[in-house]
Ligand binder design. Structure first.
Ligand code: CTP
Ligand code: MG
Length: 236
């Protein structure tokens, strides 16, 4: 054989892995993304499914400035040809903007993922990449399963909201590169946005839901670490 079989695989997907937050809702101590879940730092768990994906050619990790300047040994070890470490911004959105500046020209599809979601599956990543390759935005999401109540500041219930057709947006979210760049060009990087899809929607782009698993949970509070430790031991 004159050609190697793997030369045909496109490695044109870039992943922006967001780990520059302060983790305030997870209480005092080290920011949540560096804390261990069953012995492995949450950021490393979030990184692995992308690092091992055959289409992913570039991973840019946004970190708090001090950590980007002096990464711990385990982060130094992952840095390399495919993995870059950059300093994030003051908001999630600002961190995405910093990552976009570091994006290599060959990246055609861009996935954005929260380091606070350490249990993303290969199936979800594949489905998000597939839609973004076809030219649409893709948002991993789960249908709302609880009954939704509206309440006033005294916690008196004022209404029950219909939940049909409502989804909880998760990450990864995937975009053709030009769509994500346009979404971010639309307003100031200092204004916050809780996800990137919202910015793309506001610019009139077409986005689709990728039905995801509720196991792809975001670790937000200290209670969530109890759940994460239990999940990590069961899924191992
Ligand atoms: N994030 C980031 N840069 C910021 C703020 C958030 O890269 N300036 C990242 C977080 O590290 C996290 C993801 O965005 O992986 C989702 O944000 P969230 O869960 O809100 O994390 P934090 O902002 O760190 O937590 P908190 O809001 O409780 O302070
Ligand atoms: Mg936050």
């Amino acid at each position: 054989m004159s050609e190697t079989w793997y030369s045909a695989l496109p490695r044109d997907v870039a992943v922006l892995l967001l780990a520059a937050g302060r983790g305030e809702r997870a209480g005092a101590g080290e920011p949540k993304q560096f804390r261990p879940i069953a012995g492995v730092p949450m950021l490393l768990r979030a990184l692995r499914p992308f690092a091992s994906h055959p289409d992913v050619g570039y991973i840019i990790i946004a970190l708090p400035e001090a950590i980007a300047a002096q990464p711990p040994d385990w982060l130094r070890a992952v840095r390399g040809e495919r993995v870059q470490l950059v300093a994030g911004g003051p908001t999630r959105r600002g961190s995405v903007a910093r990552c976009l500046k570091a994006l290599p020209p060959a990246a055609a599809v861009v996935l954005v993922h929260d380091a606070a979601r350490p249990f993303v599956s290969r199936e979800t990543i594949d489905a998000v990449i597939e839609i973004a390759r076809q030219g649409e935005g893709a948002v991993a999401a789960v249908p709302v399963s609880d009954t939704l109540k509206a309440a006033d500041p005294q916690l008196v219930i004022t209404a029950t909201q219909p939940r049909a057709g409502l989804w909880r947006a998760q990450t990864p979210q995937g975009f053709p590169r030009a769509m994500l760049e346009d979404a971010h060009a639309g307003s100031s990087p200092d204004a916050d946005a809780t996800d990137d899809a919202m910015l793309a929607e506001q610019r009139g782009h077409r986005l689709r839901i990728v039905p995801d698993s509720t196991l792809n949970v975001k670790i937000t509070s200290t209670q969530d670490f109890v759940l994460a430790d239990a999940m990590a031991s069961r899924l191992a």
